[in-house]
Design a protein around this ligand. Structure first.
Ligand code: ADE
Length: 238
């Protein structure tokens, strides 16, 4: 593995490890699109971090931005591995705590309700493949593992909860399945690294809890990604 490429939605989620690795911004690399590229090297490995960029003064989040950023990053950078690093909601009932790090061992959409236990229903849920070494990496670095479920909203309606839990979902985000969809089309392995900002069953208001914990969760992502990057540089890069 010689090239890894992170896809990150929010600057706050990426900044701590961009600074840790002293990555430099490659100005206008994706112009006229808003995606932003940071790059550096770790040993023999090329490390890229691609942010969605912003619109109307806020970071672009959600599935549409995630899909198109990932597509552009893969087409231009040809990474051997894509890593989506970001924050998520999780469940107290599963033992999750704020700023816990999880590696995704499965990924699906939870808010694309196309009826039936048929081909459309299967397509809607997604259940895309992830990097075959995801669980092994989690084990060797002692991270928790869980199924990531993606939707287009930060809040959670009762129907979302029902679909998430009836499909074994544990980590709720707004990008992972869209990135996984793009990676599946391009046959690019994908690793998911998620840090918990809020507890979906904790009784607090999601946005307030997310905002309060964003900084701590992003620092946890820095620590986790530092370990992951050095591990990959040492063990997977020849
Ligand atoms: N990102 C962080 N927390 C989230 C949540 N509860 N739902 C969707 N995306 C999130």
């Amino acid at each position: 593995m010689k090239k890894i490429c992170y896809i990150v939605a929010m600057r706050a989620e990426a900044r701590p490890f961009i600074e840790e690795f002293q990555l430099h911004e490659v100005k206008d690399y994706f112009a006229p699109y808003p995606f932003i590229l940071y790059q550096g090297t770790v040993g023999q490995m090329e490390l890229s971090v691609v942010l969605n960029g912003e619109q109307h003064g806020s970071d672009l989040v959600g599935c549409e931005a995630a899909s198109i950023t990932t597509y552009a990053a893969i087409e231009r950078l040809h990474p051997d591995l894509v890593i989506n690093s970001g924050t998520c909601g999780a469940f107290k009932a599963d033992g999750a705590k704020i700023a816990d790090i999880y590696i995704g061992n499965a990924v699906m959409f939870h808010d694309r309700r196309v009826p039936g236990d048929d081909a459309w229903g299967t397509q809607a849920l997604g259940n895309y493949p992830l990097w075959s070494q995801s669980e092994a990496l989690a084990e060797v670095l002692a991270f928790k593992i869980g199924k990531v479920t993606t939707g287009s909203s930060l809040d959670m309606q009762p129907i979302d909860l029902e679909i998430i839990r009836s499909n074994g979902g544990q980590l709720k985000d707004m990008e992972a399945a869209a990135i996984a969809f793009t990676c599946s089309l391009t046959h690019t392995p994908l690793l998911l690294v998620k840090s918990v900002t809020d507890l979906c069953d904790g009784g607090e208001k999601t946005f307030e809890e997310f905002s309060k914990n964003l900084s701590a969760a992003s620092q946890a992502l820095r620590v986790a990604n530092t370990r992951i990057i050095y591990y990959l540089a040492e063990h997977c890069c020849q």
